[in-house]
Design a protein around this ligand. Structure first.
Ligand code: MCA
Ligand code: AMP
Length: 504
């Protein structure tokens, strides 16, 4: 019976003694060991009554076991819904309820906060710890290590990844087997991954970048990954001499460049450094080449579309651009008002079409219709140009979005929480350049007449509602917000005024 992702990514590794996940200081998992664990988990999902198409929400630390849950979902036809480990229980409740998850897998310390929601929504809660123990693996301990994969079609959902929007409301991007597999195939080929590759994996596995771009490509290529719990400079430095490739957000590269021990000699075995999820400054690109002799390969993607463009493997990896469309992917740049294509070289809205483009937002047909055109083009919200030779340059965002260290923050969501604070009349949240995270969050607050705002109290209170990465790192108090003649807050002015706030 067909199951496109299982057939392409996993079936070929059954019984293979080849290394898959190298966990420094712990152990190396072979492909076969990994698949046997995934099969036990798949058996458990079935035993717990989850059926094809049911959602499994997962908020756990990165570990081989956590990745095996993804594999188990593919095998059993369950839709995998990974969640940022930084989200507060308050944020997670929305995802459980919106997705209608049947099972929630969390860290043990989350049980007290999430169990009432799970009970109310008829979802089961089980645990998985960073070291791979927990109630979920316990329940799977005695189950068979083989599993007949459930029949799935190309258009069936494999994953639901939530992404925020300018309205502050998170939307579940529905990703099909076709979406994920077509992209994994194209990337493996474009970036020349083979079973001889060893990828440094220091990204989280709750986003497309660390999960699909990295893991699906390596499963398809048959190589191994140095699987690190997070980006920790020393561990990455230790891994570099044993690896051939790394995928990262720009912060990875600026942190490496800040380390004097990061030298050309350390990376002689590395054939490829890939960057994405946020803009890589041209100066970082040049400094990296000067230090290592390697040109970082920058690519561009989104949760809804997987990867869209990539600088070439051979040929010109142009600093400040994200390269041409990947094979099979179409890019056009349009006038945001009319929707008509703009002339070559002119700035407009980047639109994308191809087998990589998602199937729409979970149970939000009106949101889907706003962003997915009837001809299949997805309106990315990114502004850019398309050169004569097909290279895309992103010049800004039409959407009000801050990207901090590769994590997206929609100002509206933060403003809503700040506006609810006592004494706050209104707020405006903006991004300012940050030396480590690329951009970071600044909150401009206007107090109610006569109110004295205590920032420490506000920080403590919003900490229970917003993940740490979304919380402002600088506060400004103003008597009023700058507005244009239509009454709209002029964020551009605020961004200009506070752009130096994080400079060292
Ligand atoms: C951690 N913190 C952050 C971030 N990460 N704050 C803002 N932005 C962040 N990205 C918080 C911590 O909670 C901590 O809080 C403080 O900042 C300092 O933490 P630090 O130890 O410096 O951070 P870290 O653990 O080293 O993490 C930084 C990181 C990490 C390595 C850049 O955020 C990361 O791995 N980012 C990758 C994100 C990613 O995979 N994005 C892909 C999205 P406190 O101040 O309380 O101590 S997928 C996507 O965008 C599309 C599909 C694409 O194109 O790829
Ligand atoms: P997400 O919603 O987390 O998938 O983030 C997708 C957004 O990240 C895109 O719409 C872009 O704004 C941004 N992005 C991803 N890759 C790049 C890149 N190489 N350069 C600039 N922005 C990028």
């Amino acid at each position: 019976m067909p199951n496109p992702l299982f057939d392409a990514l996993f079936a070929r590794h059954l019984g293979a003694d080849t290394p898959f996940l190298v966990c420094p200081g712990e152990r190396t998992w072979s492909h076969d060991e990994f698949l046997r664990l995934a099969a036990r988990f798949a058996n458990l999902l079935t035993e717990l009554g989850l059926q094809r198409g049911d959602r499994l929400a997962v908020q756990v630390d990165k570990s081989p076991e956590a990745l095996a849950v993804y594999a188990a979902c593919v095998m059993s036809g369950v839709v995998f819904l990974p969640l940022n480990t930084g989200y507060t229980p308050h944020e997670v409740e929305y995802f459980i309820s919106n997705s209608g998850a049947r099972l929630v897998l969390g860290r043990p310390q989350a049980r007290a906060a999430l169990q009432p929601t799970c009970t109310a929504l008829d979802a089961r809660f089980e645990t998985l710890e960073a070291d791979g123990t927990g109630s979920f693996p316990d329940l799977a301990a005695e189950l068979p290590e083989s599993f007949v994969p459930v029949d799935r079609g190309e258009d069936d959902l494999a994953a639901l990844l939530y992404t925020s929007g300018t309205t502050g409301l998170s939307k579940g991007a529905m990703l099909s087997h076709r979406n994920l597999l077509s992209n994994a195939r194209v990337l493996t080929e474009t970036w020349r991954f083979t079973d001889r590759d060893v990828l440094i994996h220091a990204l989280p596995i709750f986003h497309s970048h660390g999960l699909f771009v990295a893991c699906n490509v390596m499963l398809l290529a048959g190589g191994s990954m140095v699987f690190l719990p997070r980006f920790e400079l020393n561990s990455v430095m230790e891994a570099l001499p044993h690896a051939t490739a790394m995928m990262g957000v720009p912060t990875f590269y600026t942190r490496l460049l800040d380390e004097p021990g990061f030298t050309r000699e350390l990376v002689t075995g590395m054939r490829l450094f890939i960057s994405g999820s946020a803009p890589l400054l041209a100066e970082t690109h040049r400094a990296f080449e000067a230090r290592t002799g390697s040109r970082i390969l920058e690519r561009y993607g989104m949760t809804e579309t997987n990867m869209n463009t990539s600088n070439p493997y051979d040929g010109d990896r142009r600093a400040g651009t994200v390269g041409p469309a990947l094979p099979g992917v179409e890019i056009r740049v349009t006038d945001p008002d009319s929707g008509h294509e703009v002339p070559v070289g002119e700035v407009g809205m980047i639109e994308v079409r191809g087998p990589n483009v998602f199937r729409g937002y979970w149970r939000m047909p009106e949101k889907t219709a706003e962003e997915l055109r009837p001809d299949g083009f997805f309106i990315t919200g990114d502004l850019g140009t398309l050169a004569e030779d097909g290279y895309v340059t992103i010049v800004g965002r039409g959407k009000d979005l801050i990207i901090s260290g590769g994590f997206n923050i929609y100002p509206k969501e933060v403003e809503e929480v700040l506006d609810a604070e006592s004494g706050v009349l209104e707020s405006a949240v903006i991004g300012a350049p940050h030396p480590d995270f690329g951009e970071s969050v600044v909150a401009v607050l206007v107090p109610e007449p006569g109110a004295m705002l205590d920032i420490a109290t506000i920080e403590a209170e919003i900490g229970t509602r917003l993940a740490r990465f979304k919380q402002p790192r600088h506060y400004v108090i103003l008597e009023e917000l700058p507005r244009n003649s239509m009454g709209k807050v002029q964020k551009k002015l605020l961004r200009e005024q506070y752009r130096g706030i994080f400079e060292t």
